[in-house]
Design a binder for this molecule. Structure first.
Ligand code: GSH
Length: 259
């Protein structure tokens, strides 16, 4: 299936409420980092979070659903890509990474041969560790990421992820005591991830980043957008915890952070 790219890939990402806010969805960033790292040409189409937009755009463009809803109906999600060079449409960041490695084998590999299972396990293991961050991200005032049109939908589905009838208000640590607990949990989570990777390693596999690093960097990127680059919270995460390894990691990937 190896090809030479002849036309830019079309990459679908979410639009932010404030046009000055950088794209900040942790799932779409995994795919964007892969595209940038591989040096592939692409154009971005920004769409609303609102499911009718995601579903309508995907269906119209022939992008398959990435999974099924609990009721068995197809679920369409971003990131998604369409590659006009091969006529292929792919959804789900991991599948996108696999596709790009296969279609463009001369570009830097993001899932090195023999590491697929480990990469998948790393990304899956990362998610529960990032739950404290996700809770902070459910801040009712942090909807600067989500447009007005998509806000009600975002609140409903993200709440429902935690159980029937759960609202974002229930998830967000809104008392100082809850904040302190989740902040400590987040610090411990980053410490744990640092121990997985090893102090001597820049990235999971050593000197070169791979898909799992992009997944971690995508969460860090989100944290930076959430609190703001100059906030005390971001300074603590990026420069104090783990002797600043998270900040350094994101900096090391800055060269692949174009959007
Ligand atoms: N495992 C998927 C997750 C994709 C996903 O769940 N994307 C969410 C945004 S964070 C989405 O598109 N949601 C649309 C919706 O809920 O309608 C990936 O890595 O691509």
């Amino acid at each position: 299936m190896a090809v030479t790219q002849s036309k830019p890939i079309v990459f679908y990402d979410f639009i932010s409420r404030d046009p000055k806010t950088r794209p900040c969805n942790p799932n779409t960033w995994k795919a964007r980092y892969c595209l940038n790292y591989k040096g592939l040409a692409y154009t971005t189409i920004y769409i609303e979070y609102h499911w009718q937009d995601v579903e309508a755009v995907c269906k119209e463009s022939g992008i398959p659903p990435s999974r099924t809803n609990p009721d068995g109906t197809p679920k369409y999600t971003l990131p998604s890509i369409i590659d006009p060079t091969t006529g292929t449409a792919v959804s789900d960041s991991f599948r996108i990474a696999e596709y790009l490695d296969k279609a463009y084998p001369e570009t830097p590999v993001v899932l090195p041969p023999g590491t697929r299972g480990l990469q998948a396990a790393f990304v899956e293991g990362l998610f529960p560790k990032m739950l404290p961050l996700i809770k902070f991200g459910m801040d009712p005032t942090a909807s600067k990421f989500i447009t007005e049109k998509s806000e009600a939908y975002f609140r409903r589905v993200r709440g429902a992820d935690w159980g029937p009838g759960v609202t974002l208000k229930d998830i967000y640590p809104d008392t100082q005591e809850e904040k302190n607990v989740e902040w400590k949990n987040l610090e411990k989570a980053f410490e744990g991830i640092g121990n997985w990777i090893g102090q001597e390693n820049k990235f999971i596999m050593g000197d070169r980043p791979t898909f799992g690093d992009f997944a971690l960097a995508a969460f860090l990127w989100w944290a930076r957008e959430l609190w703001g680059e100059d906030s005390e919270e971001w300074k603590e995460i990026s420069t104090r915890w783990g002797e600043g390894r998270s900040g350094k990691m994101l900096e090391n990937l800055d060269q692949y952070g174009a959007f």
